[in-house]
Design a binder for this molecule. Structure first.
Ligand SMILES: NC(=O)c1ccc[n+]([C@@H]2O[C@H](COP(=O)([O-])OP(=O)(O)OC[C@H]3O[C@@H](n4cnc5c(N)ncnc54)[C@H](O)[C@@H]3O)[C@@H](O)[C@H]2O)c1
Length: 379
């Protein structure tokens, strides 16, 4: 039996009601040891009624016991366990003592991030760096095999934070809705949603089929809408229940969202559209303290899109004779690097710095931040 879907409308609020300086995580269980339950609240009525009831009950519990409850039975939905980290939740459930050495603080500690397309490439790199910096991450990707393996590798070296894999197709609204539900069941909510999954099939007007155009638009453009549509109610519920708290939606766009791309219009068109969505979402959501921004990276030459030895763009361009006089992959790479004032391609770390910049301030929304080594500049 799955946990009642209502959890999505309640738990992100409860997570905030129970957070003080640090933002907690919360995990929901279908069955739980009854003797550990500290508070019981009925979740039969409307979500708003349950949240109001929770606020009152938590307040009286705190007055009586001098601390917040950690284990709450939301009758009709599930039992919620709350702590600062997933590791502390595991200890509480297993009734084991906490090893304080595991509780190390990093730049992203206390943050939970969903990263679509997180199994490889830029998304995979962001997952790895944020995990290293103490965040909890949800690797949301179509590629189940790679994503699961990646999550289990990351968890081996983790501190008190955790990585999870959830299979998603961002072009399907139901699939994104399910991703958000899974994230709430596992962590109680999330603080940043990074819409990174993207696809590229290049081609001029003579080559591009309507099917390929539709496919790219559904992933790169509609996919971003699907993510914002289902992520925003959770983020708004969190901000409404914690004063001074901000949440983020960040789209990984491209320099091709700032300037047309020859024989690559399906990609550039979707990315330009993404900036229109970012600006419009930002206007709608900033009054609720949800910031929405895009990051526009330059070419990631070391990633699979360019460097895959069989399907990568360097091999394709070499074989197609796209770069005059180029005899090797290195020649093709050198040609493209020479077009960047910084003399190199964009790296994951470059994108990570832009993402942290966006997350760490409270006065920037609706922006498209270029990370292009000077190749593309804002007008
Ligand atoms: N590679 C570049 O040079 C470059 C430059 C600028 C911007 N970008 C952007 O960065 C983002 C990541 O690109 P990348 O090159 O790292 O990609 P990649 O191809 O290396 O990885 C993309 C990931 O997304 C997943 N994915 C594909 N379709 C999906 C879907 N429908 N639902 C869920 N997951 C899906 C894939 O399984 C894969 O793991 C994209 O939005 C891309 O447009 C890339």
């Amino acid at each position: 039996m799955a946990i009642n879907n209502k959890i999505v409308e309640i738990l992100p609020a409860l997570r905030m009601i129970l957070s003080q300086d640090k933002i907690n995580v919360a995990k929901v269980y279908e069955e739980f040891e009854a003797s550990l339950v500290q508070l019981e609240v009925s979740a039969q009525g409307e979500a708003k009624e349950t949240i109001d009831q929770l606020k009152k009950e938590v307040e009286s519990y705190k007055e009586e016991k001098g601390c917040f409850p950690n284990v709450i039975d939301l009758k009709g939905v599930g039992v919620v366990v709350v702590a600062e980290t997933p590791y502390e939740i595991d200890c509480l459930v297993a009734q084991k003592p906490v090893d304080k050495a595991k509780l190390v603080n990093g730049r992203a500690s206390g943050k939970t991030a969903i990263i679509t397309g997180g199994a490889q490439g830029f998304g995979g790199g962001l997952v790895e760096l944020m995990m290293k910096d103490g965040a909890n991450v949800i690797i949301a990707d179509l590629n189940e095999e790679k994503g699961k393996e990646f999550a289990s590798e990351l968890n081996k070296g983790a501190g008190a934070n955790k990585a999870c894999f959830v299979k998603v197709d961002v072009s399907s609204p139901d699939s994104v809705k399910e991703l958000v539900y899974q994230a709430v069941c596992e962590f109680g909510g999330f603080d940043v949603f990074i819409s990174n999954a993207g696809v590229l099939r290049a081609g001029g007007l003579d080559e591009m089929t309507p099917e390929d155009f539709e496919f790219m638009t559904k992933v790169n453009y509609t996919g971003y809408f699907n993510c914002a549509k289902y992520a925003s109610p959770v983020l708004k519920l969190q901000t409404a229940n914690k004063s001074g708290y901000f949440a983020d939606i960040i789209q990984i766009n491209s320099k091709s969202g700032l300037k047309g791309s020859n024989r690559n219009f399906a990609y550039a068109g979707g990315k330009f559209g993404g900036i229109g969505l970012t600006q419009s979402f930002a206007m709608e959501l900033m009054p609720s303290r949800v910031k929405v921004n895009s990051v526009c990276p330059g070419n990631f030459f070391d990633g699979p899109l360019w460097s895959d030895p069989e399907k990568g763009l360097f091999v394709q361009y070499l074989n197609a004779g796209k770069v005059k006089g180029a005899k090797t992959i290195e020649d093709v790479k050198a040609f493209y690097e020479a077009q960047v004032p910084a003399g190199r391609g964009c790296t994951v770390l470059d994108v990570m710095r832009a993402v942290y910049y966006i997350m760490e301030q409270e006065y920037e929304t609706g922006q498209a931040v270029p990370v292009t080594g000077g190749q593309e500049m804002l007008k």
